[in-house]
Design a protein around this ligand. Sequence first.
Ligand code: THU
Length: 147
Amino acid sequence: MKDEVRRLLIDEAIKARKMAYAPYSKFLVGAALVVPSGNIYTGCNIENASYGLTVCAERVAIFKAVSEGQRHIDAIAIVGAPLFEEDETAIEGEKTGGEYAFPCGACRQVLAEFLPESQDIDVIVAKSQDDYRVFKLSELLPYTFSI
Ligand code: THU
């Protein structure tokens, strides 16, 4: 994956995170994915007073892409670690400090439904443009359920 695409995805995930609706956990998550045509789709987590109805940022981005006709995902960036105190993107009231935010098991399974031709997806977990790690979905979710 080209470095500039990775940077763009992290940038878009940081922006999407600002839209997070997370008044209950105060854990804001942003995601941005790229499809083979180069289009980018973003998502944020959306919580609910009935907690179990919450949808993760990754699935919001995936469902936006799929609902617009996409069927393959090349890479996804996730920015979810509560950022550090001095971070200018920190949002009032949010918890700060912490680790990379990896996609939850449900989101990994949903990603696996939309593999690209290469049969694997780059999963970028980022705290900032300069602080990120890249994994293959196959590392994060071996032995995917499929029918
Ligand atoms: N969350 C995500 O958006 N993505 C994940 O992969 C894991 C968790 C959200 C759900 C909830 O709003 C908050 O993080 C705390 O669990």
